[in-house]
Design a protein around this ligand. Structure first.
Ligand code: HPA
Length: 246
């Protein structure tokens, strides 16, 4: 039997215009409330749960998101697979603004976030394997769906997760490039690790919304980012619908 799929939407995907809402589920967890209620949506031929990572109306910055409550809420709802959507900055040449990337690796530069269910409070300590942070099978399904839908994707890449909410300095982007990162965002961690701890398969669709700091002749503006989001998120939504209904 196929697993229940949830989409965690990030910047530019806090709600889902064009979808039919089938249900809205308020959830509470031992870690507190998730960023928003879970919405059961139908979009094109796909049915899935949707969670707005930054809250409805984008009110939560990346470091203040209750990632544990979000993942626990999805686990309680019976979710077996998560497709995360992340807006990112581009670092390596392949990842220019407008590109959709399907990362297969992560470097975590965040700090101070509640990042594990195994915090020692209940005496249960586990060290999960995290060699390959994304579910390869789900990433390949996303690749196949992109091909069917005629949507270009960069099928591999390393995602650097920074603390935010500020963007990086030009020097920090140079360092992230030296570290082998292809794109930079603020929300893949601890989300991906918590999903692994919860036993939920996890993959990500990243929309590059700006060149990393110092990589273009102009400064990064929110207007430029918004223009890329307006264009790119409709492709991301179509890719997700193809993948989920396949
Ligand atoms: N850096 C970090 N996070 C981001 C960026 C960026 O340039 N763009 C979108 N999210």
């Amino acid at each position: 039997m196929s697993k229940l799929i949830a989409v965690i939407g990030g910047t530019g995907l806090c709600d889902w215009p064009g979808a039919t809402q089938l249900d809205e589920i308020e959830v509470d967890t031992a870690y507190g409330k998730p960023s928003a209620p879970l919405h059961r949506l139908r979009y094109e031929d796909a049915e899935f749960l949707f969670l707005a990572r930054h809250g409805e109306g984008h009110s939560l910055p990346p470091h203040a998101i209750n990632y544990r409550a979000n993942i626990e809420a999805l686990r309680q709802a019976g979710v077996g697979e998560i497709i995360a959507v992340n807006a990112v900055g581009g670092i390596s040449e392949r990842f220019v603004a407008g590109v959709i990337g399907l990362p297969e690796q992560i470097n975590d530069y965040t700090w101070g976030r509640e990042h594990t269910f195994y915090d020692g409070r209940d005496g249960n300590v586990q060290h999960i394997d995290f060699s390959y942070p994304y579910c390869e099978e789900l990433r390949l399904r996303l690749c196949a769906a992109a091909q069917t839908a005629g949507i270009d994707v960069e099928p591999y890449g390393t995602y650097a997760v920074t603390q935010g909410p500020r963007l990086e300095t030009a020097a920090e982007i140079k360092r992230l490039a030296r570290d082998g990162n292809d794109m930079v965002g603020m929300t893949a961690m601890p989300e991906a690790a918590l999903a692994r701890e919860a036993g939920i398969d996890y993959a990500s669709v990243c929309l590059v919304v700006n060149p990393g700091a110092g990589l273009s002749d102009t400064l990064i503006t929110m207007d430029d980012i918004q223009a890329v989001i307006d264009n790119g998120m409709s492709q991301v939504k179509s890719l997700l619908a193809h993948c989920i209904s396949a």
